[in-house]
Design a binder for this molecule. Sequence first.
Ligand SMILES: *[C@@H]1O[C@H](CO)[C@@H](O)[C@H](O)[C@H]1NC(C)=O
Ligand SMILES: *[C@@H]1O[C@H](CO)[C@@H](O)[C@H](O)[C@H]1NC(C)=O
Ligand SMILES: *[C@@H]1O[C@H](CO)[C@@H](O)[C@H](O)[C@H]1NC(C)=O
Length: 349
Amino acid sequence: MVNLLRYIAQAGCILAICHQASAAPAPRRTVWETVTVTSCPGDVCATTAPCTTTEPEPTTTFVSTTSTSTSTATSSRYTAPPSGNPYRDRNFNTIHHIYNLTIFPNQVPIITFGASAVPDGLFADHASGRISPVGNFTDFEDSIEYFFALPPLPISNKNSAAFTRFEIAQFSSECPEVAASTVYLYASVVNETSPDNGKLVSILKQTGFWRFNERGEVINYDLALIEVDHFIEELTSTDYNDPAAQQELIHTTCNAQALRCHGKNAQYDSIEHCIEVLSAKPFGSYTDVWSDSVVCRSIHIVLTITRPDAHCPHVGPGGGMKCVDYDYKTRQFDDMHLWGRTDLFRCVA
Ligand SMILES: *[C@@H]1O[C@H](CO)[C@@H](O)[C@H](O)[C@H]1NC(C)=O
Ligand SMILES: *[C@@H]1O[C@H](CO)[C@@H](O)[C@H](O)[C@H]1NC(C)=O
Ligand SMILES: *[C@@H]1O[C@H](CO)[C@@H](O)[C@H](O)[C@H]1NC(C)=O
């Protein structure tokens, strides 16, 4: 709880940049989890400069153009969809808004406050879908956490990288209910005191289909993250084939679960017990996160910040129905089980 409160304080500080320059400088260092980090990436709390966020005027260009800005956190350049087709524009705007909330620090309030920080109109109450290779999600909270709590925070990786810009590279919506998109998420260094600030670290590609309800909210999605193992490797500058890196991930995950999964959410007797259990499991790979592996637990541990009761079991020895081995065909093709039908992403004339 103490850590969560500290985290909230930190998140509040990050947010303060874009509302009001924070009056008093925040504590310079704070303990978050087991690592010591500066309380605000890029010393944003120390600055008294006014908010520099400048959203470009919407243009009518469809594909977002390459950003010329190298500054971080505010460097996204967005463009509006073409006018003329109301449902296409509506669907594009919903998708655009969703990805905008994965851009640092826009996701911070959602990590901190959960569902209540998600604007209305993006996801329907019973939104459900699949994001390969992470898993399937069967309600609003589940869905929004996997969209917004998983994008990297600068404090969570040694490159201090976060998504600072996205581009909807491909988009099509032939009917009001369905759209398809390919989106590039650009991860760059967010550290104003670093000479690398703003430098591109890697790009993640997400592609797939969306279904909307009559209000234009996403009700279902079937998305894939492409070559996510290479993205993670570049994001973290870590070779996860290296046994030392694997051990480190086990230790980080076990330390984090000890901090967040206690009382009725406790999964292991001790950190040592966790290390012992996880060391005996397959390490797994970031292309196969949906498995009884260390990698799966290292992803789900992130979400225990937001809802420990829901996510601690995923990190436990049994995997809580998420970090378990399902067979490939069930994971990828069991649309009937997930949605009760197989034709959700087709436009019917
Ligand atoms: C992106 O999100 C930020 C923070 O919520 C918001 O200020 C900005 O207007 C959004 N931009 C677009 C184009 O939606
Ligand atoms: C930011 O960059 C500076 C200079 O390279 C470095 O000393 C500092 O540790 C970095 N901060 C974080 C949080 O990585
Ligand atoms: C989620 O996926 C797993 C593995 O494919 C499956 O067993 C489970 O039934 C799915 N849940 C739903 C609601 O489809």
